[in-house]
Design a protein around this ligand. Structure first.
Ligand code: PMV
Length: 352
């Protein structure tokens, strides 16, 4: 299966290549938590592609006898990124062997603050893979293959494979999703109900620090987890169910699955060995305020969480004003320096 991504054309090497691409972050509704092999998911997941939280990467390749790279974040050398990029290049060279004939300069910048607690691995690996695939298309004279970009992004960071397309992407084999694959993300936006087309995601920055437990370790802890089997099965049925709600515009159904998935993800962390907790007291205070507000006003706003303390508030564009008022009056106080980021659903990676 992976072999379909091996280059069959002979690339006509050029002395110098450049490519500039942007890719957004994404927020999972049904969560990927647990993996095997080389970044293969233990269960299928589905996410909204974001719009404003992006990474913009310019890749410059110069033909060389020694394959090497340098990486700059906001124009400054970032040697701490090297190990992740090193292992990414190692994993992709089998599929794009021409990279071994080049040295690379990676210039990258994020539209969201680096120290916001928002993981940039999805957007950065998707932007980087888009650059690689764009260069490959130039060397082979073929068109840009977004499926391969998703495949390569997955090898860098699992959830990154959901950042190439928009607005709704499934990753992982799922009986009820035609074309779904463990190897790459597939765009399933065709059936997305209009109410979700311009859905909002406001990210409340509860904790901007580095995570105490990496998602790599968290995924590993699902091996041998007492509830793993039931959890993986549940993800399949939750995906089937939420797709129905996303197509019909059923906000109550959507909220039920989305919030349950967020809490299940964190329950898995709290019941693994060793157990750990990434939510903070302010995460819970925000959740309680959202529930209270929803009960009283009937505004269809809900939350989800990724592997951290920050809260993503999801709601229809029509409710923007009411939610903004709630944030300003009640929720901003729970955020570090009262910081939050307003984003909405977007269309994935593109050349810049
Ligand atoms: O792609 P990773 O290894 O950073 O894992 C991401 C895991 C979650 O964000 C918690 C869930 C998901 O599906 O994005």
């Amino acid at each position: 299966m992976e072999d379909q991504f091996k280059l069959t054309e002979t690339p006509q090497l050029k002395p110098k290549l450049t490519a500039s691409w942007q890719a957004p972050s994404n927020i999972a509704l049904v969560k990927y938590w647990g993996k095997h092999g080389t970044q293969l998911p233990a269960n299928p997941s589905i996410s909204f592609t974001l719009n404003d939280c992006r990474t913009i990467t310019t890749l410059t390749a110069t033909q060389s006898d020694h394959h090497s790279f340098e990486v700059l974040l906001d124009g400054k050398p970032k040697p701490s990124f090297a190990p992740k990029i090193e292992s990414y290049f190692k994993r992709i060279e089998n599929y794009s062997p021409w990279i071994k004939s080049y040295k690379f300069k990676i210039e990258t910048t994020n539209t969201f603050p680096h120290s916001s607690g928002i993981a940039s691995s999805a957007s950065s690996m998707a932007a980087m893979s888009s650059c690689i695939v764009a260069m490959e298309s130039e060397l082979t004279g073929t068109k840009i293959d977004k499926k391969k970009a998703s495949f390569l992004a997955r090898l860098g960071s699992g959830s990154a494979c959901r950042s190439l397309e928009g607005k709704l992407v499934v990753w992982g084999e799922h009986a009820d999703t035609a074309g779904s694959s463990d190897l790459y993300g597939v765009d399933v936006s065709v059936n997305l109900h209009p109410i979700f087309q311009d859905f909002q995601d406001t990210i409340l920055l509860v904790d901007k620090g580095e995570k105490t437990v990496s998602s790599t370790l968290g995924h590993e802890l699902m091996n041998g987890h007492a509830f793993a089997k039931a959890r993986f099965l549940q993800a399949h049925s939750n995906l089937t169910e939420i797709k129905k709600y996303l197509a019909s515009g059923d906000l109550d159904g959507f909220i039920k699955i989305t919030e349950s998935e967020a809490l299940t993800l964190h329950s898995m962390m709290m019941t693994s060995h060793p157990y750990f907790m990434l939510m903070k007291p302010n995460t819970l205070s925000i959740i309680e305020e959202i529930w209270k507000f929803r009960n009283v006003t009937k505004t269809p706003v809900c939350f989800t969480l990724d592997a951290g303390a920050n809260v993503h508030m999801l709601y229809p564009a029509a409710d923007k004003e009411a939610v903004e008022e709630l944030i300003k009056s009640k929720l901003a106080q729970y955020c570090q320096n009262e910081h939050y980021i307003c984003d909405h659903i977007g269309n994935g990676a593109s050349a810049v």
